[in-house]
Design a protein around this ligand. Structure first.
Ligand code: HEM
Length: 149
């Protein structure tokens, strides 16, 4: 009978990292992706001012975002922050259409920099899922009727 057992966290992580490496995704690429993306964010006429007004310290934000994407894409466990409260507090400045712009800019950055074409949906699937859950926390579910008080 074939041996059956649960994989350990480090076996699972190794598998995810091997799969990512086959698509050319590693921390070096993630660092380049994040640098290029935030350079473009800062230059964007709509998103630029929102980020410039709300990122308290870029020297903290950039390594944090590299750790975040390393955790998402490579399961490196380097990020341990709380994205939901960080975005809920931006409610006065951010609308759903800004998320559309964010995702379009992220996709364009991937198209211009990705090491393989498989890397593009790998990042986009994850970004879209996280963007949806951030928007749910910020704006609620537009499919649900408002509850009467
Ligand atoms: C229009 C869309 C978005 C805007 C305007 C926005 C803006 C910001 C700003 C201003 C911060 C810094 C907050 C602070 O340090 O106090 C931040 C942090 C962060 N953002 Fe976004 N963001 C957007 C979408 C996203 C998306 C789609 C993701 C993930 C796919 C994301 C992931 C993060 C993470 C991980 C942090 C760090 C939170 C922490 O402090 O641990 N953001 N964002």
């Amino acid at each position: 009978m074939a041996e059956s057992r649960y994989r350990t966290t480090s076996e699972r992580r190794a598998e995810i990292q091997e799969n990512a490496a086959r698509m050319g995704i590693d921390d070096e690429y993630i660092s380049r992706l994040v640098d290029t993306f935030y350079e473009r964010i800062r230059d964007d006429e709509t998103l630029g001012p929102i980020f410039l007004d709300n990122v308290p310290n870029w020297d903290v934000h950039m390594p944090k975002m590299k750790d975040f994407w390393s955790s998402v894409a490579l399961h490196s466990s380097r990020y341990s922050g709380r994205p939901v409260p960080a975005h809920v507090k931006l409610i006065k400045d951010v609308e759903p259409r800004h998320f559309e712009l964010w995702l379009a800019l992220f996709e364009k950055t991937l198209e211009d920099t990705a090491p393989t074409k498989e890397a593009i949906p790998y990042f986009m699937d994850r970004a879209e899922r996280i963007a949806r859950s951030l928007q749910l926390a910020m704006f609620g579910d537009p499919e649900l009727p408002e509850l009467q008080s």
